[in-house]
Design a protein around this ligand. Structure first.
Ligand code: G6P
Length: 435
């Protein structure tokens, strides 16, 4: 049986992780064709990744054909799964998303605040084109999206896209589970966390280990600043006893920007002055990674990839593909349509939640009402996301302005106007819907 995986953004530095994930799962997910797709500007990187991926496949001694090219429509022919890991405008665009807000003294972050808004505006139209191609060329295939901002992109696809077989993934829930396993001294497979909320705004409501409730223990352990589960791009300082015991949930590392805003902002501004934006740091990391990848003796994913905040994304994507393919119905955390799972959010909202993953896609496990303590802010964040999505598909600047004003990381009307104008101008070439 043909099993083809198409990787859109195949020249990404993260691709060796997905190749490793596919090779590790070969027995239960016997992929026989992998197509890497990228854009012409990424030619050099794509070539390096193609060779490394081939060496990895040869080392694993698996009968997998791998191709690399720029013709997306051609690559989509016969696809069973498609993954998306693209960055419109590359790291240079991310640099602007981070630098412009920071230069006005507010957080510059690629998926949060003003930077996240503009990343979504650039990305959503391109993903909608990919969905259109999939609807025409491989209507049965599943799109596993981890292009950021993953929650908003997935919602835009499910609301406005022509192809509905879409699942969004993020590495944060996985990081939280591994972090909890570490602090409890058990294996990650034994840990379940009930996740509630939105991408990069998710909380862990209940932790169980082999079915036994360990929430109290984890909350107690998290009071120690050494027990954190942040990805490489966020330096978390941990949470106070007061916060953890009152909210009685596990925050995710991105919550620091909202609930420890002053601290995070001064740290980010200091970092920005000393080392530049995270995008600049990442460009250096990438240079080193690609030097490594070029080495013909390398035939495995190098450990240095873990310096990237997005490590383990592709692993989560591979697990989802494997479960859909085998109709496993095991529990994984995904971004998917709410449809009543959280009664306080619209049915057509995309939420981040645990779901049973089988051949019909994700079936979310019911949550019910949100805890009163976070209901308001989650609804606000969803409202913000809805405005951004609407703006991305209509090209309506007023909606972008509204989104910026209500976003807790911007909030000031004049500041919102300045950021709107500067970011619009800076990203002009990638925002045709507004011009
Ligand atoms: C985290 C987030 C990802 C994001 C990544 C950035 O892990 O969950 O959504 O892509 O960090 O990492 P980077 O190394 O690019 O700063």
């Amino acid at each position: 049986m043909a099993l083809k995986v198409v990787i859109i953004g195949g020249g990404s530095s993260y691709t060796p992780e997905i190749i490793e994930g596919l090779l590790d799962r070969y027995e239960s997910f016997p992929v026989n064709e992998i197509a890497l797709v990228d854009i012409e500007q990424g030619k050099e990187k794509l070539g390096i990744i193609e060779k490394l991926a081939k060496r990895m496949i040869a080392k694993a001694n698996k009968p997998i054909a791998l191709t690399a090219g720029f013709n997306r429509r051609e690559a989509l022919k016969g696809a069973t799964f498609v993954t998306s890991q693209i960055r419109i405008g590359g790291l240079k665009a991310r640099e602007k998303d981070e630098r412009i807000p920071l230069s006005h003294g507010v957080l510059g972050q690629e998926t949060n605040g003003a930077g996240g808004v503009f990343k979504a505006l650039r990305t959503i139209p391109v993903l909608l084109e990919i969905a259109e191609d999939m609807a025409n060329i491989c209507p049965e295939a599943w799109l596993i999206n981890f292009t950021n901002p993953a929650g908003m992109v997935t919602e835009a696809l499910l609301k406005h896209g022509q192809h509905k077989r879409v699942v969004g993934v993020c590495n944060i829930p996985f990081n939280m589970r591994t972090g909890v396993a570490e602090v409890l001294g058990c294996s990650v497979e034994e840990v379940e966390i009930e996740f509630i909320g939105l991408n990069h705004f998710v909380f862990g409501r209940r932790v169980t280990v082999n079915g036994e409730d360990r929430t109290e223990k984890v909350l107690e352990k998290l009071q120690d600043p050494n027990n954190q589960y942040s990805p490489a791009n966020i330096v978390s300082e941990g949470w106070s006893k007061a916060f953890l015991s009152a909210f009685h949930m596990l925050p995710n590392p991105y919550h620091s920007y909202y609930f420890k805003g002053e601290d995070m902002l001064s740290k980010s501004l200091k970092d920005y002055k000393e080392n530049g934006t995270r995008a600049e740091v990442v460009q250096e990391v990438e240079k080193e990674l690609f030097k490594k990848y070029e080495n013909e003796a390398l035939d495995v994913k190098p450990e240095e990839l873990e310096q990237r905040g997005g490590a383990y994304y592709s692993d989560a994507a591979c697990s989802i593909m494997t479960s859909i393919f085998n109709n496993t119905n095991d529990i994984q955390t995904v971004n998917t349509l709410n449809n009543g799972t959280i009664s306080d959010l619209p049915d057509d909202a995309v939420i981040e939640v645990n779901a049973l993953i089988g051949s019909q896609g994700p079936r979310p496990l019911s949550i019910g009402k949100l805890p009163l303590s976070v209901k308001g802010i989650i609804q606000l964040m969803k409202n913000f996301e809805e405005l951004v999505i609407e703006a991305a598909v209509t090209g309506n600047k007023q909606l972008v302005y509204q989104a910026l004003v209500i976003n807790p990381l911007v909030r000031e009307e004049q500041l919102a106007e300045t950021l709107l104008n500067e970011l619009m101008e800076a990203h002009k070439d990638e925002l045709p819907q507004f011009y």
